[in-house]
Design a protein around this ligand. Structure first.
Ligand code: 5AD
Ligand code: SF4
Length: 442
């Protein structure tokens, strides 16, 4: 989401004459886009500010000027504190104010006074109505934000406070943006939202549409070959959405579905609004409709009050489901969230040990799954260059990174690859064809 937001900020600033640069040395403005989800991410912000400040100082020593800004969820949550602690910061603004950037920049560059700015409002108008059209090319694999914010209030999570209430864009806006992305070369679209399957936007003729409706409509666009969505909540896996996994071939057989814990007691304390059985049911239903579907998830270990048995329940859930990959984190108390006031905190060593145990299990599952691809031929969407000369990187339908020696003519193409070396975190293989197939003329 932050990568997407950063692009949108660039879109807003382009008409003012700004363009993206690769290094900070000569930049006229630096925006640090930040994440508040765990303490570690927030801590990084202050060390990054210290590092980046040097560039501003150097530029000023040469008689130049540089605006330094902090955007995103740390800005939203800690705006005033950042301003107090980091006097070099000129602007601090939250995730719902990006459309107001031109005005903020005018103010801060001295055309309308020269104040320092803290903008952490939740403006009544949606930023989506005010942001310019998507105009930075994301290439063959593109993100499209359809939903933002969250009303779920899991007890550990800052998102409902930093991103604000749930909001869904109208279907027509989403489709218009998808068409722009296609013009810029997109073949894969990932629909984004903090709670993307809670999507409930205005459909055509004023009806209400859900995420499955959006997926069906995007699947009608002939240029789009792959559709994904992220991140979803088990409670919002509606029958309509589950069914789409069986009927929409373009919907990729990989789903990131965070469950956080396998213990009913902990799920309740987390206010996840479902138990482990619902998770198993969803997985079973999806597997029945789409045989090759695989799952990834998010897990938090060491939530307050988590016993050895609760942790065992999580490992049991992981063993029963079998994941293709997962993200896992030690619980981190976030200021202002209900869980931050809970008792039963766990010692750091216990959290570290449980995390290790969980990650060992996931890693073993992931490697075993990757090994099943040995000698298989699978379609790969080549979306970037590899680090080594002559190497391209792509994605399998199941979200593997795939390394292949291939000429640049394959960039942006989907081509069959013979997998020869599955590794714990990626796959490697050889092209089956020496040239990309000619693309159908539109
Ligand atoms: N501590 C640890 N992990 C967290 N996450 C969200 N909040 C916290 C927290 N306070 C994790 C969840 C979520 C992912 C994006 O980050 O697993 O799904
Ligand atoms: Fe946070 Fe996700 Fe829970 Fe919303 S559903 S509060 S974004 S963890």
């Amino acid at each position: 989401m932050n990568v997407y937001d950063s692009r949108r900020m660039a879109d807003v600033l382009r008409p003012l004459g700004y363009a993206e640069v690769d290094t900070p040395e000569d930049a006229d403005m630096m925006i640090l886009n930040t994440c508040h989800i765990r303490e570690k991410a927030t801590d990084k912000v202050f060390s990054e500010i210290g590092r980046l400040r040097e560039h501003k100082k150097e530029k000023e020593a040469r008689g130049g000027k540089m605006i330094m800004a902090v955007a995103g969820c740390v800005a939203q949550a800690e705006g005033k504190f950042i301003m107090e602690r980091a006097p070099d910061i000129d602007m601090v603004f939250g995730p719902q104010t990006y459309h107001e950037l031109p005005e903020m920049v005018l103010k801060v560059t001295g055309m309308i006074g020269r104040p320092r700015i803290v903008n952490t409002d939740f403006p009544p108008e949606s930023k989506f109505d005010r942001l310019p059209e998507e105009n930075s090319s994301q290439g063959v694999s593109a993100y499209l934000s359809v939903q933002e914010g969250c009303d779920k209030f899991c007890t550990f999570c800052v998102v409902p406070y930093t991103r604000g209430a749930e909001f869904s864009r109208p279907v027509q806006d989403v489709i218009d943006e998808a068409k722009k992305l296609i013009e810029a070369g997109a073949k894969e679209i990932t629909l984004l939202g903090q709670n993307v399957n809670a999507y409930h936007g205005t459909g055509h003729n004023g009806s209400q549409a859900d995420l499955a409706d959006v997926i069906h409509e995007i699947a009608q666009l002939p240029e789009i070959e792959r559709i994904r969505y992220s991140t979803s909540h088990p409670r919002d896996m509606s029958a309509h959405l589950i069914e789409a996994h069986g009927t929409v071939q373009k919907l990729m057989p990989f789903l990131h579905l965070p469950v956080q814990s396998g213990s009913d007691k902990i799920l309740k304390a987390m206010n996840r609004k479902h138990g482990r059985d619902l998770f198993f049911e969803i997985i079973d239903q999806l597997r029945a409709l789409r045989k090759d579907i695989v799952f990834s998830s998010d897990f938090i270990v060491g939530f307050p009050g988590e016993t050895e048995q609760d942790h065992e329940d999580t490992l049991d859930l992981i063993r029963r489901v079998g994941f293709a990959s997962a993200y896992s984190f030690k619980y981190s108390a976030r200021p202002g969230t209900p869980a931050a006031n809970m008792t039963g905190l766990l010692r750091e060593e216990v959290k570290a040990q449980r995390l290790q145990e969980l990650q060992d299990l996931i890693n073993a599952q992931q490697y075993a799954y990757n090994l099943t691809f040995q000698n298989q031929v699978i379609p790969v969407l080549f979306d970037r260059k590899g680090h080594k000369d002559g190497q391209l990187l792509g994605r399998s339908a199941f979200m593997h990174s795939v390394h292949v020696n291939a000429p640049d003519s394959f960039l942006g193409q989907i081509a069959p690859v013979h997998i020869t070396r599955p590794a714990p975190n990626s796959l490697s293989g050889d092209l089956v064809l020496s040239e990309p197939l000619p693309q159908a003329a539109e």
